[in-house]
Design a protein around this ligand. Structure first.
Ligand SMILES: [Zn+2]
Ligand SMILES: [Zn+2]
Ligand SMILES: [Zn+2]
Length: 466
């Protein structure tokens, strides 16, 4: 037995291993336990394969691919030999707030998806570079005065004495930084048309479709041809992304491209220029409208775009005379798909009880919009708008990114190409044969322990996929 050391340094070193381990924070103890497990190196490889996904889904099961004629096994994979008898699959959440690595990969896929529609590649003809293409931003109208960010002048330079019917000032002589909490909040919440705002969101998808029809109709009229014959001259395709602004309203950023009658590999008729397309887009944005379903509580609202419309021709990166290049547009759109209403101060989870609106970590303006959504959602005549299910997105129920079939490749194709690249397999040899696939999978869990999350974050940090 050793004598008790009098020197403090010696005393510290005298702590035995078990004691030191006991004194470590629990996350470090968990890390050490994890690293000593026999399956640890394989687990780390699996986590690397998910790109360090923050919330992987664990599956257990097997897949066997057989030659249909001979019954010979061509490929067999089972999780029986994996650590814990399971394998992690990435969550593929597009939201940065949910999973940083997966949102980064999703943004990267979006970039390629949008870019291939502008420059060609990934199965899209490079001819598309020569076709008329526009980048546009469509906005909702105003639903009431809100504080705005500005570095040039005061927020609302109206007469300081002017008041609304509720006695609140119409002016704001402050200058707000873009991150100021007041930006996007109404000057008077009682003047603000929450119902109009929510109904606009709920009808925005229909309005967009109406707009696309109107662009086709205007193009035909401008060219002096019958609408029914437009398809013999050109096909329109688009990709659009929805972005939530600080005032809680959705903006659409979209790419519109004109191809020939047989798609990207054929030129449109010579009269279909970018200038003519721009004129058609401007007129269509101005005229397109839909009506909200009638309700005694809300009336029937006219739903149309606001006057703030941006239209820019897109050029290839080589032509540097304009800032709107195809690369810039692809990067711009990709940036928005990883955002959610949560990034604009809302929540990115579904609301299932009215009471939870009061506890949601949002500002007073978004809370009022959510409450309006919930309240209108109870009206049977508005049932088709499904407002309660979309309370968290303030009534907007479209996808973040939508595109027409012909625009470019798909997320699925991009993922399949990446999977083949990663596993080094090509299924070409299998495609030649007729095969039978037999598989059985079940869900066994989701997410990481604290220590696993720490390691996955390290993997994500070093993979830098995008
Ligand atoms: Zn993930
Ligand atoms: Zn202000
Ligand atoms: Zn007022």
């Amino acid at each position: 037995m050793r004598a008790y050391p009098t020197d403090p340094a010696a005393r510290r070193s005298a702590l035995d291993d078990a004691e030191r381990l006991r004194r470590l924070p629990s996350i470090d103890r968990d890390l050490i336990r994890l690293a000593h497990e026999p399956g640890f190196p394989r687990w780390l490889d699996q986590i690397k394969a998910t790109g360090g996904c923050a919330r992987p889904v664990y599956l257990s099961g097997h897949t066997t691919v057989r030659d249909a004629a001979t019954g010979a096994v061509l490929r067999h994979y089972t999780t029986a030999d994996e650590p814990g008898g399971r394998m992690p699959v990435r969550c593929r959440n597009r939201r940065q707030s949910r999973c940083e690595p997966c949102s980064r990969q999703h943004a990267g896929d979006t970039y390629h998806l949008v870019r291939s529609g502008l420059q060609g590649g990934k199965g899209v003809s490079e001819r598309v570079q020569l076709h008329p293409r526009l980048f546009l931003t469509l906005t909702p109208p105003g639903f009431g005065a809100v504080h705005r960010a500005s570095d040039t002048g005061p927020c609302k330079p109206q007469d300081p004495a002017a008041r609304c019917e509720h006695g609140r000032p119409l002016a704001c002589h402050q200058r707000h930084d873009s991150r100021a909490p007041l930006v996007g909040q109404p000057l008077c919440p009682d003047c603000y048309d929450h119902t109009g705002h929510v109904l606009w969101h709920a009808c925005a998808g229909r309005l967009w479709n109406r707009f696309c029809h109107a662009v086709r109709r205007r193009l035909a009229t401008l060219a002096g041809i019958a609408q029914t014959r437009l398809r013999e001259h050109l096909v329109l395709s688009f990709a659009k992304v929805a972005e939530f602004q600080r005032r809680g309203a959705v903006h659409f950023h979209a790419v519109i491209r004109v191809d020939g009658p047989n798609g990207p590999s054929t030129p449109p008729s010579a009269w279909a220029t970018a200038e003519l397309l721009e004129q058609a887009v401007r007129e269509a944005a101005d005229s397109a409208h839909v009506h909200s379903p009638y309700s005694p509580a809300t009336g029937e609202r006219l739903i149309r775009f606001g006057t703030q419309l941006d239209v820019h021709p897109i050029t290839t990166a080589l032509d540097s005379t304009t800032a709107v290049t195809d690369d810039a547009v692809a990067a711009y759109i990709a940036k928005y798909v990883s955002k959610s209403v949560g990034d604009a101060g809302g929540v990115d989870y579904r609301i299932t009880h009215y009471a939870s609106i009061h506890h949601a970590p949002v500002n007073a303006h978004l809370r009022a919009l959510m409450a309006t959504c919930w309240r209108l959602g109870a009206l049977p005549e508005l049932a088709s708008l499904n407002l309660r299910a979309w309370t968290h997105t303030l009534g907007y129920r479209g996808h973040v990114l939508t595109k027409s079939r012909r625009y470019s490749t798909t997320y699925g194709q991009l993922r399949a190409a990446r999977a083949d690249h990663q596993t080094g397999t090509s299924h070409l040899d299998e495609e030649a044969k007729e095969t039978v696939t037999e598989s059985a999978w079940r869900y066994v869990g989701v997410g990481h322990s604290l220590a696993e999350a720490e390691l996955a974050a390290g993997v994500a940090h070093h993979s830098g996929e995008f």
